[in-house]
Write a protein that binds this ligand. Structure first.
Ligand code: ZN
Ligand code: ZN
Length: 247
């Protein structure tokens, strides 16, 4: 995957109170983030799905921005096995940071704390290299949840994992059924397959992301997915989705 004009690479920013959690950090993540105006200082955790460049190459720039914003508290970085090795390499080009970084290599099924009282959990995805899907849960009594699934073939385990989430953010590399062999070969998904996960999981809403450069208009995958799961939208850079409590 490569960045396109007006479409940077994989990332999602979760804000709960003032606290920020970043999921994935593809090249250029800091650009739409700056446009959002949420600031960088409150970034307390980063969850990385896997170590392909389109999901981690934005890290040095983001770490620099967080330093520049004056953070001194620890930043936790979560990811699959091998995360420490990659972060160590990327850190060489931003060697002096005013905050400590704590790396946590996760196993499928692990739970961990996130800033703002959120809880994270993860499950292995199917992408050829270690890759995790994440679920982020609000405080249990109130129960807002979202799942972030990217760079994987659809699996039964992923549908179970995302059961009843308020929002599923899911990759949609291809939108044309003819690209199924390509999706299988590269361990990615069609828009309809992402919609299938949302439907089986009983997700309340689906947000599509991680489009192939072949997709010039994200309305294509949105339309394809809506045939399977009606409450689907295509994400775009800087899109803000607010999850509301029922009462
Ligand atoms: Zn990948
Ligand atoms: Zn990718």
């Amino acid at each position: 995957m490569m960045p396109m004009p007006g479409r940077w690479l994989s990332c999602a920013l979760i804000r709960c109170g003032p606290s920020l959690t970043l999921v994935d950090c593809g090249e250029g993540t800091q650009v739409p983030w700056k446009a959002l105006g949420w600031g960088f200082r409150q970034l307390g955790a980063i969850c990385l799905t896997h170590m392909h460049a389109d999901h981690v190459a934005g890290l040095p720039g983001v770490l620099f921005m967080v330093a520049h914003a004056g953070r001194t508290e620890t930043l936790d970085i979560y990811g699959p096995v091998g995360t420490g090795y990659v972060i160590e390499g990327l850190r060489r080009i931003v060697p002096e940071l005013p905050f400590p970084i704590q790396i946590h290599e996760l196993k499928s099924g692990e739970n961990f704390p996130l800033p703002g009282g959120l809880r994270g959990s993860c499950v292995a995805a199917s992408h050829g290299i270690p890759c995790l899907a994440y679920e982020v849960l609000g405080p249990p009594r109130r129960g807002i949840s979202l799942a972030f699934i990217t760079d994987t073939r659809p699996t039964k385990q992923l549908s179970t994992f995302a059961h009843d989430v308020d929002l599923l953010i899911c990759e949609s590399m291809y939108d044309n059924a003819e690209d199924l062999p390509l999706a299988k070969a590269h361990a990615h998904m069609l828009a309809e397959e992402a919609a299938g996960i949302a439907k089986t999981a009983g997700a309340h809403a689906l947000l599509l992301t991680h489009f192939s450069p072949k997709i010039t208009d994200p309305l294509g995958p949105e339309k394809a997915a809506r045939g399977v799961f009606a409450n689907t939208r295509a994400a775009r850079d800087g899109l803000v989705v607010t999850l509301e409590y029922d009462s």
